[in-house]
Every structure is written in structure tokens, then in C-alpha cells.
Design a protein. Sequence first.
Length: 680
Amino acid sequence: MKLDVSSELSSIKGIGEKTKQNFNLFGIFNVMDLLLHFPRSYENISKPKQISEAVDNEKILIHVQVIDICRDVRTQNNKVITTIVFSDGETEFKAKWFNQPYMKNKFEIDKEITLLGMVKLYRNEKILSNPVEVIKESISSKKINSIYPLRSGITNGIISKSINTILETTIIAENLPKWLIDKYKLCSLNDAIKDIHNPTSSAGLIAAKRRLKFQELFTYSLKVLMLKDYINKDNNGISFFIAKEMQELKENLPFLLTGAQSRVVREILLDQKKKVSMNRLVQGDVGSGKTMVAIISMFNVVKNGYQAALMAPTEILAFQHLEEVTKVLKNFDLRIAILSGSLTAKEKKLVKERLKLGEIDILIGTHAMLEDNVEFSNLGMVVTDEQHRFGVMQRSKLFNKGNNVDILVMTATPIPRTLALYLYGDLEVSIIDELPPGRQKIDTSYINKNQKSKAYLFALEEIRKGHQVYIVCPLVEESEELSITSVEENYKVLKEEYFKDYTVEILHGKMPPKVKNDIMNRFKAEEIKVLISTTVIEVGVNVPNASLMIIENAERFGLAQLHQLRGRVGRGSSKSYCILLADIKSTVTKKRMEIMQKSNDGFYISEEDLKIRGSGEIFGYRQSGEDGFILSDIVQDVNILKIANQEAKALLKSNLQEDIRVKDEIMNKIQRSSKYICFN
Ligand code: ADP
Ligand code: MG
């Protein structure tokens, strides 16, 4: 059967209902999604071995038969160990998985399979640690095995098999103009996709990655440039005059604006007055008061008779914005509403109706407001609080919800100038480079992880003084389940050993929004003393009584992200602290921790980090597809980005028949996808 990239997964041979559902949970719905699920690493192992030939810590490929599936065991520190007995025809041995209990459902007794895993000597017995299944077909024909990011219910074998089935019957059509391919000696799209999944040589793999990164950054650039063109095409922006109530608002604010805030507000009001749509980025360190700037500019738009929308990256933040906006504007009789995932269907429906009728002045929400059925009556301005995402797609979607609306993007991640030009080529930039008065430096220190207890004892002291504490654990990209378990495990240990007498709660992204909000509210109300969480609290959360943040595995975070996290404390009047628990094995880690200890300046920190590492490190671990980039690292690949940007400009100017066709095709495709690599 011939497969189309938009074919559903169930049309792939070997994918049944259950597997399909598991793929769906992973965000993989059709053939294209699967083809864009690239390996996270490659193993260079060709010949299968017997376990008797392997040594401790050796990674081997081994043909086995399933002998027995044992009962899971829970260790003292609450890890689940799954054990399966295999035979390699000569020796029976055990394979063990840690915290992957679903593994035992993947194997049937007597079945023959091939595994790739690390041999470990454990109490004088050789075991295979956390092996993955690889498919036989791929072993004989090639030397490099692809290892995919996994999640419950999906094994490496299933992914490889499904992708190979697709690749055997599909030829991916070229979608870049020939002159561009020739000029940069790019390999064909078909070869690139095939090679990234099944590389036959490292040269082939490098060529594939180069082509796909180019593809990604080229499409991204096209989109940014087209959005800019589109916005500036006719000078038909709405002209918002400075509302007469503005003076009254200023007198009503709970504090004086900082000099930087006033300057940025002025820049925005000037833009708003123009007959051209505003398209502005506000960069400002954590705590610099970006929300207030957004509130003032939305107020102006509303007083001109239009609606304004504020989109936050998380539910928690949206509710917090709602609270602040409502408080600041309470004397002005505005109709403010929220639209987010946690509302009931009925509530959502009501908000949408009122919005369409013009009965809401300011809508605050999450990406739920991007949905097609959210219609405004007369949208005048959109503010997106986007932290470290480069949401061109979202911007254009929101832009299209009104007629030539003004756009304001707020970000706390200082983007180095050179990059800002390519990444935000469509935006003017304002910078809030001043913190509100009275903010104190957060006293930051780092401790090697084997001395953790010092940090927790210090936390106890802070709690006894009446303060509250955040403990942040990183999200591990490969397995969300794993990181949630790590948060949960950490909770048990900490609660028992240190915080018996206090209320401790967990917060992570997989919780239902209602539960999350409830926990945040209890933390705000000082009912919860210690909040153990993943990075969901990263953005904007404001609890002035929290005076200490402990960050576990700090070496895994990007520095900009650490800085943003740390900005959750130091919001009240008492001295605040941040303790970084790090596994300091290299001088680079040590250096990075020292930068954090030394500086409280987000711009300085990101510049320094940039000197040591790529953007993946600066912005922190990416959740796949979060910013739309699958392969590219905007810092490490800045040279490709530069060229891609230049060529995207050339393509947009070109009148060649082929170029116009290519451009239309690409744009057509990405309208419907959240990724920048798309094809037919
Ligand atoms: P961010 O830029 O990180 O989004 P926020 O807008 O959340 O920062 O502001 C952080 C805190 O500072 C909030 O509690 C806000 O009310 C307060 N704030 C903002 N501007 C000022 C100011 N000019 N003077 C004093 N406090 C301010
Ligand atoms: Mg903010």
C-alpha cells in the first residue's frame, strides 16, 4: 500500500489500535509526525555478542529469547525495578529496567528479539541494564543503530519498524528550489529523511542533519519575513490615541513606574498611535515589571474602544495575570475574563459568546485562545508573554484574529543582539533594563550534590522564620514519567527526613490544571511551606513570602533558565536565597555555577553562557517541538540561520516561477503544522 505523509498511523502495517493510542500520547498522529520523530542518538554496534563475551560497562547487541518475566520490585528509595530473564542460547541472564514498569508488557515469553544494552556486573552476575529493542532487519544491513526518544508503551523496536515500513514504500518529494540545493550542495530531502533514521555512514548522517537544519531554519525565516511583510504591507494599522483616562490610571498604580518601564510604555504608546500595526518585543529581566507595561498598553487600547488579549504560556501564569490585571484596573469598570484549559465546557462557551459580542474588554488566557472558534468582536491588541519560545506561528494566528492588530511580545530571555535580528526579524525591540527599587540581590550559592542535606537544613531554618521554600527538580527530556517519579520520590524522602512537621506539596505539568491552581493558591496563602516542583513554576509566579529556592541537578538547566527560576524568590522584603545542588564533575559545570553565584544580571549571564555553550544549554532542555525546532540549535547553528535568512529573503523577492511555487507550497504546509520541517 502506498502511504501518504498525512495518512493516519493505523494505515501503517503493524500498528494496531493500542500502539496508535500510545503514539498519539506522544504527539504522533500521522506518517509525517512519525518521520519527524528523529533519533536522539546512534549506536555504532554491528555484531551481536553473547553475554559471556561481554565485559562490565560494555554496550552490546544481543539476540535473545524471553524466558521469564519477573514481578516488579520496589527498592528502599522507591524505585521500581522490572526484571526479565532472557537466554542468548548459551547463558540465561537478567535484564533490568529502572522505573519503566511498562517494559514488562512489551515482551512475550518465548519470543525472540534483539536487544541493545549496557552490561553491568552486579553482585558478580552479569545483567543487561535498561536495554532497548532493535529490529533484526536493521542489523544485517547497517552498522549504525538509531535510538529514539521513548515514552511509555512505545519501544525503540516499534518506532524503527514503523518508520522503516514507511520509508520502504515512500519517496519524499523535493521541496526546495534546485538552485538552492546546488548552491549549498544539500542532499535531497528524501535522502536526508532516510539517512537521519537509518544512517549508513557518518558522512551521510552529517549531510542529512545539515540539510534538515537548513530546511528548518529556512522555513522559519520565511515565516518571520512574510509575517513582517504581511504586517507592513498596507499602512492600515489602528491608530489608538492616548486615552484621557491614562493620567488617572497612572495615579492609581500601586507604585511609581521605573524609568525603564516609563520609557517602554512611551515607546508603545507612540507605536499605538501610528497608523501602522505595532509589532514590538519587550525584553526585560525576571521581575522587571513587564506585566505592568502590558496592562497599561492594553488599557489604552480598551479605552479607544477595542478589545485586548493577553496570552500566557501556562495556566498558572494566566490566572496570576488575571489577578494582577483585575487588581490594577479595579476602579475602571472593565470587563476582564479568562479562557484556559481548566474552564468547564460551559464556562468556555460563555466566554466565547461574550467575547464575540464585544462584552469582554480584556481576555487573558493560554494557547486555548488560539483555537479557531475563539472570535473577537473588535480585537485591537495582542500581548503574548512568551518566555523563551519563538512563537512566530502563534503570533500570526493571533494577529489574524483581528484586523491589523497591534502585537506586543514579552520575553524574559535576553536574546543576544545578533540572534534577535534573525529570530525576531519582524519585531522592534524595547528593553526594560532596570529593576523596581528595593529589589535585593538573591544570595546564590552552589553545593555539590553529595552535601544536599546542608541545603535542606537551611530550608528548615527559613521555614522556622516563617518563610516558604521552593525545591525544583529538572524535567528529563527522554521520559516525562521518569521526571515525575523523580519529583515524587524526592517528595517522599524530603518529607520523611526533613519536613515531617510541615506541609509539603508537589507540582508538575502533568497534573490537571485545577489541581495545579489549587496547589499554587495554597502556596500563595502560605498554607504550603515547601513546594517541590518541575519547572512549571518557572514563569512569572509571584509569592513574596518564599525566600529560598533549592534547585536540584542544577547542572542540567540552562543558565538563563536557572536565572528565571531563581527570580521566583527575592520578591518580598526579606533576604532571599538560591542554592544550586549540582553534580560537579567538570570544570565547565563549575564555571557555570560560579557565573550564577556571581551575577544577578540576566543579560550578563546569557552572554557568558553563550561563550561556553549552545542555546540548548542556555534556554534549558527543550521539550521536543516546543519552539518548533526539532534539530536546530539557534546558537550553535547560527551560521546556517544566517544563510537561511539571507536565502529566504532572496526567495521572497524572486519572480521565478519555480520559486513562487516553492514558496507557496512551503507556506501552505506550515500553516497546518506546528513544525518547520514539512513535506508532501
Ligand atoms: P516580570 O517582568 O518578570 O514579568 P512582573 O511583571 O511579574 O515581572 O513584576 C514583578 C513584581 O514587581 C510584581 O509583583 C509587580 O507588581 C512588581 N512591580 C512591577 N513594577 C514595579 C514598580 N515600578 N515598582 C515596584 N514594584 C513593581
Ligand atoms: Mg512576567
